[in-house]
Design a protein around this ligand. Structure first.
Ligand SMILES: Cc1cc2nc3c(=O)[nH]c(=O)nc-3n(C[C@H](O)[C@H](O)[C@H](O)COP(=O)(O)OP(=O)(O)OC[C@H]3O[C@@H](n4cnc5c(N)ncnc54)[C@H](O)[C@@H]3O)c2cc1C
Length: 414
Protein backbone atom coordinates (compact mmCIF):
# COMPACT_ATOMS: atom_id res chain seq x y z
CA UNK A 1 0.00 0.00 0.00
CA UNK A 2 1.58 3.35 -1.00
CA UNK A 3 2.49 5.74 1.82
CA UNK A 4 0.36 8.90 2.28
CA UNK A 5 2.13 12.28 2.20
CA UNK A 6 1.72 16.07 2.73
CA UNK A 7 -1.66 17.66 1.92
CA UNK A 8 -1.49 20.41 -0.77
CA UNK A 9 -3.82 23.20 -1.82
CA UNK A 10 -3.50 22.07 -5.45
CA UNK A 11 -2.02 19.06 -7.24
CA UNK A 12 -1.25 19.52 -10.93
CA UNK A 13 -0.78 16.35 -12.98
CA UNK A 14 1.43 17.13 -16.00
CA UNK A 15 4.27 19.63 -16.42
CA UNK A 16 3.64 20.64 -20.04
CA UNK A 17 2.70 24.22 -20.99
CA UNK A 18 -0.78 24.12 -19.42
CA UNK A 19 0.32 22.45 -16.18
CA UNK A 20 3.35 24.61 -15.45
CA UNK A 21 1.68 27.86 -16.51
CA UNK A 22 -1.09 27.04 -14.04
CA UNK A 23 1.21 25.83 -11.23
CA UNK A 24 3.55 28.85 -11.41
CA UNK A 25 0.56 31.19 -11.03
CA UNK A 26 -0.89 29.18 -8.13
CA UNK A 27 2.41 29.08 -6.24
CA UNK A 28 2.97 32.78 -6.94
CA UNK A 29 -0.42 33.46 -5.33
CA UNK A 30 0.73 31.63 -2.19
CA UNK A 31 -1.07 28.30 -2.68
CA UNK A 32 0.93 25.18 -1.81
CA UNK A 33 1.18 23.37 -5.14
CA UNK A 34 2.53 20.02 -6.23
CA UNK A 35 3.30 19.18 -9.87
CA UNK A 36 3.80 15.54 -10.86
CA UNK A 37 5.05 14.45 -14.29
CA UNK A 38 5.92 10.98 -15.56
CA UNK A 39 8.84 12.31 -17.62
CA UNK A 40 12.21 13.58 -16.49
CA UNK A 41 13.17 16.90 -18.06
CA UNK A 42 14.46 17.84 -20.59
CA UNK A 43 12.07 15.54 -22.44
CA UNK A 44 10.82 15.33 -26.04
CA UNK A 45 7.27 16.35 -26.94
CA UNK A 46 6.07 15.63 -30.45
CA UNK A 47 5.01 19.03 -31.75
CA UNK A 48 5.52 21.55 -34.59
CA UNK A 49 7.35 23.73 -32.03
CA UNK A 50 5.60 26.95 -33.14
CA UNK A 51 4.62 29.36 -30.38
CA UNK A 52 1.92 31.83 -31.41
CA UNK A 53 1.31 35.30 -30.00
CA UNK A 54 -1.20 33.70 -27.58
CA UNK A 55 1.76 32.03 -25.87
CA UNK A 56 4.05 35.05 -25.94
CA UNK A 57 1.44 37.44 -24.53
CA UNK A 58 0.74 34.90 -21.78
CA UNK A 59 4.40 34.45 -20.84
CA UNK A 60 4.56 38.22 -20.41
CA UNK A 61 2.07 37.94 -17.54
CA UNK A 62 4.05 35.27 -15.62
CA UNK A 63 6.07 36.42 -12.60
CA UNK A 64 9.33 38.20 -13.40
CA UNK A 65 11.94 37.30 -14.64
CA UNK A 66 10.32 34.51 -16.71
CA UNK A 67 9.64 36.65 -19.78
CA UNK A 68 13.05 38.32 -19.52
CA UNK A 69 14.72 34.90 -19.37
CA UNK A 70 12.65 33.64 -22.30
CA UNK A 71 14.34 36.31 -24.43
CA UNK A 72 17.74 34.98 -23.48
CA UNK A 73 16.98 31.48 -24.83
CA UNK A 74 19.25 30.85 -27.80
CA UNK A 75 17.36 27.78 -29.05
CA UNK A 76 14.48 29.87 -30.40
CA UNK A 77 13.93 31.62 -33.72
CA UNK A 78 11.72 34.73 -33.96
CA UNK A 79 8.99 34.33 -36.56
CA UNK A 80 7.58 37.30 -38.47
CA UNK A 81 4.89 35.74 -40.61
CA UNK A 82 3.09 32.75 -42.12
CA UNK A 83 3.06 31.37 -45.61
CA UNK A 84 -0.02 29.34 -46.53
CA UNK A 85 -0.62 27.41 -49.74
CA UNK A 86 -3.89 26.10 -51.13
CA UNK A 87 -4.11 22.56 -52.59
CA UNK A 88 -2.87 23.68 -56.03
CA UNK A 89 0.17 25.34 -54.36
CA UNK A 90 -1.04 28.91 -54.72
CA UNK A 91 0.94 30.62 -51.99
CA UNK A 92 -0.20 33.46 -49.79
CA UNK A 93 2.25 35.18 -47.50
CA UNK A 94 0.99 36.99 -44.45
CA UNK A 95 3.74 39.01 -42.77
CA UNK A 96 3.08 39.94 -39.13
CA UNK A 97 3.57 43.64 -38.51
CA UNK A 98 7.32 43.87 -37.94
CA UNK A 99 8.04 44.33 -34.27
CA UNK A 100 9.97 47.46 -33.39
CA UNK A 101 12.20 45.45 -31.13
CA UNK A 102 13.49 42.30 -32.88
CA UNK A 103 13.40 40.62 -29.45
CA UNK A 104 9.65 41.08 -29.41
CA UNK A 105 8.40 38.97 -32.31
CA UNK A 106 4.74 37.92 -32.38
CA UNK A 107 5.76 34.25 -32.57
CA UNK A 108 8.73 31.95 -32.12
CA UNK A 109 9.78 28.48 -33.16
CA UNK A 110 11.61 26.54 -30.49
CA UNK A 111 11.98 22.77 -29.96
CA UNK A 112 9.57 21.71 -27.25
CA UNK A 113 12.39 19.87 -25.53
CA UNK A 114 14.02 23.29 -24.90
CA UNK A 115 10.84 25.28 -24.27
CA UNK A 116 9.31 22.85 -21.78
CA UNK A 117 12.66 22.56 -20.01
CA UNK A 118 12.80 26.35 -19.81
CA UNK A 119 9.34 26.38 -18.16
CA UNK A 120 10.47 23.66 -15.75
CA UNK A 121 13.57 25.69 -14.83
CA UNK A 122 11.33 28.73 -14.25
CA UNK A 123 9.21 26.69 -11.83
CA UNK A 124 12.12 25.10 -9.97
CA UNK A 125 13.00 26.81 -6.73
CA UNK A 126 9.74 28.79 -6.52
CA UNK A 127 8.26 29.14 -3.06
CA UNK A 128 5.15 27.00 -2.46
CA UNK A 129 5.93 24.74 -5.42
CA UNK A 130 7.05 21.10 -5.22
CA UNK A 131 7.98 19.29 -8.42
CA UNK A 132 8.10 15.53 -8.80
CA UNK A 133 9.29 14.17 -12.14
CA UNK A 134 9.78 10.61 -13.36
CA UNK A 135 6.60 9.53 -11.51
CA UNK A 136 3.65 8.27 -13.54
CA UNK A 137 0.23 8.97 -12.08
CA UNK A 138 -1.78 5.76 -12.14
CA UNK A 139 -4.91 6.75 -10.26
CA UNK A 140 -6.81 9.91 -9.28
CA UNK A 141 -10.03 10.43 -7.40
CA UNK A 142 -11.91 13.41 -6.00
CA UNK A 143 -14.71 13.59 -3.43
CA UNK A 144 -16.51 16.43 -1.65
CA UNK A 145 -13.59 17.18 0.65
CA UNK A 146 -10.34 16.44 -1.28
CA UNK A 147 -8.59 14.82 -4.24
CA UNK A 148 -6.07 11.99 -4.16
CA UNK A 149 -3.39 11.30 -6.74
CA UNK A 150 -1.43 8.04 -6.74
CA UNK A 151 1.82 7.06 -8.38
CA UNK A 152 3.43 3.64 -7.94
CA UNK A 153 5.30 4.97 -4.91
CA UNK A 154 2.97 7.39 -3.14
CA UNK A 155 -0.48 8.86 -2.74
CA UNK A 156 -0.73 12.66 -2.53
CA UNK A 157 -3.76 14.65 -1.42
CA UNK A 158 -4.92 18.17 -2.24
CA UNK A 159 -7.91 20.47 -2.05
CA UNK A 160 -8.11 20.70 -5.84
CA UNK A 161 -6.70 18.71 -8.76
CA UNK A 162 -5.64 20.08 -12.15
CA UNK A 163 -5.51 17.51 -14.95
CA UNK A 164 -2.87 18.87 -17.36
CA UNK A 165 -1.66 15.49 -18.51
CA UNK A 166 -2.06 15.86 -22.25
CA UNK A 167 -3.87 14.05 -25.03
CA UNK A 168 -4.05 10.66 -23.27
CA UNK A 169 -4.99 12.20 -19.92
CA UNK A 170 -5.52 9.70 -17.12
CA UNK A 171 -7.22 12.42 -15.06
CA UNK A 172 -9.82 13.02 -17.80
CA UNK A 173 -10.34 9.26 -18.09
CA UNK A 174 -10.77 8.65 -14.37
CA UNK A 175 -12.77 11.78 -13.52
CA UNK A 176 -15.00 12.23 -16.58
CA UNK A 177 -14.94 8.85 -18.32
CA UNK A 178 -13.21 10.48 -21.33
CA UNK A 179 -11.87 8.20 -24.08
CA UNK A 180 -9.95 10.05 -26.80
CA UNK A 181 -11.16 7.64 -29.48
CA UNK A 182 -14.74 8.80 -28.95
CA UNK A 183 -13.90 12.43 -29.77
CA UNK A 184 -12.52 14.27 -32.83
CA UNK A 185 -8.76 14.48 -32.96
CA UNK A 186 -5.96 15.47 -35.31
CA UNK A 187 -3.13 13.05 -36.00
CA UNK A 188 0.33 14.30 -36.93
CA UNK A 189 3.85 13.07 -37.69
CA UNK A 190 6.87 15.19 -36.88
CA UNK A 191 10.50 14.96 -38.00
CA UNK A 192 13.60 17.15 -37.66
CA UNK A 193 15.70 17.90 -40.74
CA UNK A 194 18.79 19.92 -41.38
CA UNK A 195 19.80 21.84 -44.46
CA UNK A 196 16.32 22.52 -45.84
CA UNK A 197 16.66 25.49 -48.20
CA UNK A 198 14.46 28.37 -49.30
CA UNK A 199 13.16 29.83 -46.03
CA UNK A 200 12.13 33.45 -45.98
CA UNK A 201 14.61 35.77 -44.25
CA UNK A 202 11.83 36.61 -41.76
CA UNK A 203 11.56 32.96 -40.67
CA UNK A 204 8.02 32.42 -41.91
CA UNK A 205 6.32 29.23 -40.81
CA UNK A 206 4.94 27.46 -43.89
CA UNK A 207 1.68 25.52 -44.07
CA UNK A 208 0.73 23.65 -47.25
CA UNK A 209 -2.84 22.33 -47.46
CA UNK A 210 -1.87 19.70 -50.02
CA UNK A 211 -4.53 17.95 -52.08
CA UNK A 212 -3.95 14.62 -50.31
CA UNK A 213 -3.97 16.05 -46.77
CA UNK A 214 -6.46 18.92 -46.94
CA UNK A 215 -8.13 19.84 -44.50
CA UNK A 216 -4.84 18.70 -42.96
CA UNK A 217 -1.50 19.99 -44.09
CA UNK A 218 2.26 19.63 -44.59
CA UNK A 219 4.30 22.05 -42.46
CA UNK A 220 7.84 23.35 -42.82
CA UNK A 221 8.97 25.40 -39.81
CA UNK A 222 12.51 26.83 -39.62
CA UNK A 223 14.62 26.37 -36.49
CA UNK A 224 18.01 27.74 -35.42
CA UNK A 225 21.26 26.07 -36.57
CA UNK A 226 20.01 25.33 -40.10
CA UNK A 227 17.44 22.86 -38.74
CA UNK A 228 13.72 22.57 -39.43
CA UNK A 229 10.63 20.95 -37.94
CA UNK A 230 8.75 19.17 -40.73
CA UNK A 231 5.49 17.32 -40.46
CA UNK A 232 2.18 16.15 -41.84
CA UNK A 233 -1.18 15.87 -40.15
CA UNK A 234 -4.93 15.78 -40.66
CA UNK A 235 -8.13 15.03 -38.77
CA UNK A 236 -8.27 11.35 -37.85
CA UNK A 237 -11.65 10.96 -39.55
CA UNK A 238 -10.11 11.91 -42.92
CA UNK A 239 -6.99 9.87 -42.24
CA UNK A 240 -9.13 6.77 -41.77
CA UNK A 241 -11.49 7.45 -44.66
CA UNK A 242 -8.65 7.99 -47.14
CA UNK A 243 -6.43 5.27 -45.67
CA UNK A 244 -3.44 7.62 -45.78
CA UNK A 245 -0.01 6.33 -44.85
CA UNK A 246 1.36 9.46 -43.20
CA UNK A 247 4.98 8.35 -43.19
CA UNK A 248 4.79 7.56 -46.88
CA UNK A 249 3.13 10.94 -47.49
CA UNK A 250 5.90 12.77 -45.65
CA UNK A 251 8.54 10.95 -47.68
CA UNK A 252 6.68 11.69 -50.92
CA UNK A 253 6.52 15.40 -50.15
CA UNK A 254 10.14 15.73 -49.05
CA UNK A 255 11.72 13.40 -51.64
CA UNK A 256 9.51 13.40 -54.71
CA UNK A 257 7.11 16.34 -54.88
CA UNK A 258 8.51 18.63 -57.64
CA UNK A 259 7.29 21.74 -55.81
CA UNK A 260 9.66 21.02 -52.89
CA UNK A 261 12.42 19.05 -54.65
CA UNK A 262 15.08 21.77 -54.67
CA UNK A 263 14.44 22.74 -51.07
CA UNK A 264 14.99 19.20 -49.79
CA UNK A 265 17.66 18.18 -52.32
CA UNK A 266 20.54 18.43 -49.84
CA UNK A 267 18.54 18.01 -46.65
CA UNK A 268 19.09 15.29 -44.10
CA UNK A 269 16.63 13.67 -41.71
CA UNK A 270 18.20 14.00 -38.24
CA UNK A 271 15.54 12.44 -36.02
CA UNK A 272 13.15 9.55 -35.95
CA UNK A 273 9.72 10.30 -37.43
CA UNK A 274 7.20 10.23 -34.61
CA UNK A 275 3.44 10.62 -34.37
CA UNK A 276 0.99 11.91 -31.78
CA UNK A 277 -2.60 13.10 -31.57
CA UNK A 278 -4.19 16.44 -30.65
CA UNK A 279 -7.75 16.40 -29.30
CA UNK A 280 -9.65 19.07 -31.26
CA UNK A 281 -12.07 21.55 -29.74
CA UNK A 282 -14.92 20.48 -31.98
CA UNK A 283 -17.24 19.09 -29.34
CA UNK A 284 -18.37 20.14 -25.89
CA UNK A 285 -16.72 18.09 -23.14
CA UNK A 286 -16.74 18.01 -19.37
CA UNK A 287 -13.72 20.07 -18.31
CA UNK A 288 -14.38 20.62 -14.61
CA UNK A 289 -16.19 18.89 -11.77
CA UNK A 290 -16.09 18.14 -8.08
CA UNK A 291 -12.73 19.70 -7.02
CA UNK A 292 -11.05 19.24 -10.40
CA UNK A 293 -10.28 21.16 -13.58
CA UNK A 294 -8.84 19.92 -16.89
CA UNK A 295 -6.54 22.09 -19.01
CA UNK A 296 -4.84 22.07 -22.44
CA UNK A 297 -4.95 18.81 -24.40
CA UNK A 298 -6.50 17.02 -21.40
CA UNK A 299 -9.50 19.33 -21.88
CA UNK A 300 -9.53 18.86 -25.68
CA UNK A 301 -8.60 22.45 -26.52
CA UNK A 302 -6.69 21.94 -29.80
CA UNK A 303 -7.70 24.54 -32.39
CA UNK A 304 -10.46 23.19 -34.68
CA UNK A 305 -8.80 24.73 -37.77
CA UNK A 306 -5.04 24.36 -37.29
CA UNK A 307 -4.89 21.92 -34.33
CA UNK A 308 -2.39 24.23 -32.63
CA UNK A 309 -2.63 23.75 -28.90
CA UNK A 310 0.14 25.47 -26.94
CA UNK A 311 -1.63 28.85 -26.93
CA UNK A 312 -4.87 27.36 -25.65
CA UNK A 313 -2.91 25.27 -23.15
CA UNK A 314 -1.47 28.52 -21.79
CA UNK A 315 -4.84 30.28 -21.74
CA UNK A 316 -6.59 27.40 -19.98
CA UNK A 317 -3.72 27.08 -17.47
CA UNK A 318 -4.12 30.74 -16.57
CA UNK A 319 -7.93 30.58 -16.36
CA UNK A 320 -7.70 27.43 -14.21
CA UNK A 321 -5.29 29.14 -11.80
CA UNK A 322 -7.50 32.23 -11.52
CA UNK A 323 -10.59 30.10 -10.88
CA UNK A 324 -8.86 27.97 -8.24
CA UNK A 325 -7.39 30.99 -6.45
CA UNK A 326 -10.89 32.43 -6.13
CA UNK A 327 -12.36 29.05 -5.16
CA UNK A 328 -9.86 28.47 -2.35
CA UNK A 329 -9.81 32.05 -1.07
CA UNK A 330 -13.48 32.00 -0.04
CA UNK A 331 -14.30 31.09 3.56
CA UNK A 332 -16.74 28.63 2.13
CA UNK A 333 -15.19 27.35 -1.15
CA UNK A 334 -18.46 25.77 -2.20
CA UNK A 335 -19.94 29.28 -2.62
CA UNK A 336 -17.76 29.73 -5.70
CA UNK A 337 -17.88 26.70 -7.91
CA UNK A 338 -15.07 25.47 -10.15
CA UNK A 339 -17.79 25.36 -12.81
CA UNK A 340 -16.99 29.06 -13.31
CA UNK A 341 -13.97 27.77 -15.26
CA UNK A 342 -16.23 26.36 -18.02
CA UNK A 343 -17.83 29.75 -18.49
CA UNK A 344 -14.45 31.52 -18.64
CA UNK A 345 -13.18 29.06 -21.25
CA UNK A 346 -16.35 29.65 -23.21
CA UNK A 347 -15.85 33.42 -23.00
CA UNK A 348 -12.22 33.23 -24.14
CA UNK A 349 -12.34 30.46 -26.72
CA UNK A 350 -16.01 29.78 -27.53
CA UNK A 351 -16.40 32.23 -30.44
CA UNK A 352 -13.00 31.39 -31.88
CA UNK A 353 -13.75 27.64 -31.81
CA UNK A 354 -17.13 28.14 -33.44
CA UNK A 355 -15.67 30.22 -36.22
CA UNK A 356 -12.64 28.02 -36.81
CA UNK A 357 -14.95 25.03 -36.98
CA UNK A 358 -16.74 26.76 -39.88
CA UNK A 359 -13.45 27.67 -41.58
CA UNK A 360 -12.32 24.07 -41.13
CA UNK A 361 -15.39 23.00 -43.12
CA UNK A 362 -14.68 25.63 -45.79
CA UNK A 363 -11.14 24.35 -46.43
CA UNK A 364 -12.75 21.09 -47.54
CA UNK A 365 -14.05 22.84 -50.69
CA UNK A 366 -10.83 22.55 -52.65
CA UNK A 367 -11.88 24.65 -55.63
CA UNK A 368 -13.13 27.45 -53.40
CA UNK A 369 -9.89 27.31 -51.43
CA UNK A 370 -7.75 27.58 -54.58
CA UNK A 371 -9.95 30.35 -55.91
CA UNK A 372 -9.72 32.41 -52.72
CA UNK A 373 -5.94 32.15 -52.66
CA UNK A 374 -5.61 32.98 -56.37
CA UNK A 375 -7.72 36.11 -55.97
CA UNK A 376 -6.18 37.04 -52.62
CA UNK A 377 -2.63 37.04 -53.95
CA UNK A 378 -3.01 40.35 -55.72
CA UNK A 379 -5.75 41.80 -53.57
CA UNK A 380 -4.37 43.91 -50.76
CA UNK A 381 -7.70 44.12 -48.91
CA UNK A 382 -7.85 40.31 -48.68
CA UNK A 383 -4.23 40.18 -47.52
CA UNK A 384 -5.13 42.78 -44.88
CA UNK A 385 -8.07 40.60 -43.87
CA UNK A 386 -5.75 37.60 -43.40
CA UNK A 387 -3.35 39.84 -41.50
CA UNK A 388 -6.08 40.79 -39.07
CA UNK A 389 -7.30 37.20 -38.74
CA UNK A 390 -4.73 36.20 -36.11
CA UNK A 391 -6.54 37.82 -33.21
CA UNK A 392 -9.54 39.50 -34.80
CA UNK A 393 -12.57 37.24 -34.94
CA UNK A 394 -14.65 39.67 -37.03
CA UNK A 395 -11.97 39.52 -39.73
CA UNK A 396 -12.06 35.71 -39.68
CA UNK A 397 -15.84 35.78 -39.83
CA UNK A 398 -15.60 37.60 -43.18
CA UNK A 399 -14.13 34.44 -44.69
CA UNK A 400 -17.29 32.51 -43.91
CA UNK A 401 -19.51 35.03 -45.72
CA UNK A 402 -20.68 34.08 -49.24
CA UNK A 403 -20.69 37.81 -50.12
CA UNK A 404 -16.89 37.87 -49.93
CA UNK A 405 -16.60 35.13 -52.57
CA UNK A 406 -19.18 36.81 -54.76
CA UNK A 407 -17.22 40.06 -54.66
CA UNK A 408 -14.01 38.23 -55.51
CA UNK A 409 -15.72 36.37 -58.32
CA UNK A 410 -16.88 39.67 -59.75
CA UNK A 411 -13.34 40.99 -59.56
CA UNK A 412 -13.82 43.57 -56.80
CA UNK A 413 -10.54 44.63 -55.25
CA UNK A 414 -11.95 46.03 -52.01
C1 LIG B 1 2.46 16.50 -34.39
C2 LIG B 1 2.01 17.67 -33.55
C3 LIG B 1 2.36 18.97 -33.92
C4 LIG B 1 1.94 20.06 -33.14
N1 LIG B 1 2.36 21.31 -33.46
C5 LIG B 1 2.00 22.37 -32.70
C6 LIG B 1 2.49 23.68 -32.97
O1 LIG B 1 3.36 23.89 -33.82
N2 LIG B 1 2.03 24.72 -32.22
C7 LIG B 1 1.10 24.54 -31.23
O2 LIG B 1 0.68 25.51 -30.60
N3 LIG B 1 0.66 23.28 -30.91
C8 LIG B 1 1.09 22.21 -31.60
N4 LIG B 1 0.69 20.94 -31.25
C9 LIG B 1 -0.20 20.77 -30.08
C10 LIG B 1 0.58 20.90 -28.76
O3 LIG B 1 1.71 20.05 -28.78
C11 LIG B 1 -0.31 20.54 -27.56
O4 LIG B 1 -1.56 21.14 -27.74
C12 LIG B 1 0.30 21.02 -26.25
O5 LIG B 1 1.51 20.34 -25.97
C13 LIG B 1 -0.66 20.79 -25.09
O6 LIG B 1 -0.03 21.13 -23.88
P1 LIG B 1 -0.46 20.42 -22.51
O7 LIG B 1 0.31 21.09 -21.44
O8 LIG B 1 -1.93 20.41 -22.40
O9 LIG B 1 -0.02 18.89 -22.68
P2 LIG B 1 1.41 18.26 -22.96
O10 LIG B 1 2.32 19.23 -23.57
O11 LIG B 1 1.15 16.98 -23.67
O12 LIG B 1 1.97 17.93 -21.51
C14 LIG B 1 1.39 16.90 -20.73
C15 LIG B 1 2.39 16.45 -19.68
O13 LIG B 1 1.75 15.48 -18.85
C16 LIG B 1 2.63 14.42 -18.58
N5 LIG B 1 1.82 13.22 -18.31
C17 LIG B 1 1.02 12.56 -19.15
N6 LIG B 1 0.44 11.50 -18.54
C18 LIG B 1 0.92 11.49 -17.27
C19 LIG B 1 0.74 10.63 -16.14
N7 LIG B 1 -0.10 9.56 -16.20
N8 LIG B 1 1.39 10.91 -15.00
C20 LIG B 1 2.22 12.00 -14.92
N9 LIG B 1 2.44 12.82 -15.96
C21 LIG B 1 1.81 12.58 -17.11
C22 LIG B 1 3.49 14.31 -19.84
O14 LIG B 1 4.74 13.70 -19.56
C23 LIG B 1 3.62 15.78 -20.26
O15 LIG B 1 4.79 16.37 -19.75
C24 LIG B 1 1.13 19.84 -31.99
C25 LIG B 1 0.81 18.54 -31.60
C26 LIG B 1 1.25 17.46 -32.37
C27 LIG B 1 0.90 16.07 -31.94
Amino acid sequence: MPEKTKHYDVIVVGAGPSGLNCAIRLADAGLSTLVIDKATFPREKICGDALSDKVISNIKTLPSPIYENFHKLVEKLPCYGIKFASPNFTELTIPYALAQNPDDAAGYIIPRKSFDHFMMKAAEGMNNLDLITGAKVIHVECNNSECQVSTNENTYSGEVLVGADGAHSITAQKLTGYRYKNHPYFIGLRAYYENVKGFDANNYVEIYFTRKLNPGYFWIFPLPDNQANIGVGLPYRDYRKRAINLKHELEQLTNHEPFFRERFAKSKLISTIRGEIIPMGLQKRQISGNRFILTGDAAGLGDPLTAEGIGNAFISGRLAAETIIKFLSGKNPEEYSLKAYDERIRQYLGKEFKLNKKLHQLTRYEQLFNFLFKRAKDNQSIINLFLKMGNNLDARKMLTKPSLYLRLLLGFKR
